[in-house]
Design a protein around this ligand. Structure first.
Ligand code: SAH
Length: 207
């Protein structure tokens, strides 16, 4: 099943370094109480607290859009299981990725999942990621893995000039548009990259 996913992504043009990261991260360590047999189905799975681990193809596409590189300072909003964080961390290793999660139980679970998988270059912070994480700012890149009504302003502030942010933006009924926005002269230059459905961002800048 893992091989089927890989050949699908190779045909789609997913970057080999992202596929390499996928091969090296055991998704079965991130799926909570779901049966292991479901780990490599191309679907989102419940991870408790009403949240989901994204579908593998969505993780690959978002990583491709983000295009993480070694030495880049990256922030994720919405740690969830920690799986998306693990994929990025493998690519930028040994650079440390900062990721934020608003639900404390999930933050704890993600830390465990990452530890079990031998990934040590992820800093999981239990906080409202909509307000960002000033302590490690400014960031080269920011990835939001929850649906947001619009890109939270504090995140734009914490982004470097020429830095980019990707986020599913839109409403909850009709789904969201994946937006990649680059910070040019303090403002965001946006581009739309297809429709997706995510669980909602909570907190001050959420729904
Ligand atoms: N990236 C995750 C999937 C994200 S699901 C993975 O790979 O498994 C979205 C996550 O965002 C959920 O865990 C939810 O609790 C979290 N979330 C929602 N609002 C948030 C906020 N304001 N700050 C940080 N995390 C938030």
């Amino acid at each position: 099943m893992k091989d089927q996913l890989i050949s699908k992504w190779e045909k789609k043009g997913i970057n080999p370094k992202i596929i390499k990261a996928f091969k090296s991260v055991p998704r079965e360590n991130f799926i909570d109480t779901n049966p292991i047999s479901k780990a490599y189905l191309d679907q989102p799975l419940s991870i408790g607290n009403g949240q989901t681990i994204s579908q593998p193809t969505t993780v690959m596409i978002m990583t491709q859009i983000l295009d993480p590189k070694k030495n880049e300072n990256i922030l994720e909003i919405g740690t969830g299981s920690g799986y998306q964080a693990a994929i990025i961390a493998k690519i930028i290793e040994p650079t440390v990725l900062t990721t934020t999660e608003i639900i404390s139980q999930l933050a704890k679970q993600a830390k465990n999942n990452l530890k079990t998988s031998g990934i040590s270059n992820v800093n999981v912070i239990h906080t409202d990621g909509g307000i960002g994480y000033k302590q490690n700012a400014p960031y080269d890149k920011i990835i939001i893995t929850a649906a947001c009504p619009k890109i939270p302003q504090p995140l734009v502030k914490q982004l470097k000039q020429e830095g980019s942010i990707i986020a599913p933006v839109g409403d909850l009924t009709y789904g969201q548009e994946m937006i990649k926005a680059k910070k040019v002269d303090g403002k965001l230059k946006k581009e739309s990259l297809g429709r997706f459905v995510f669980v909602p961002l909570k907190g001050e800048y959420g729904f």
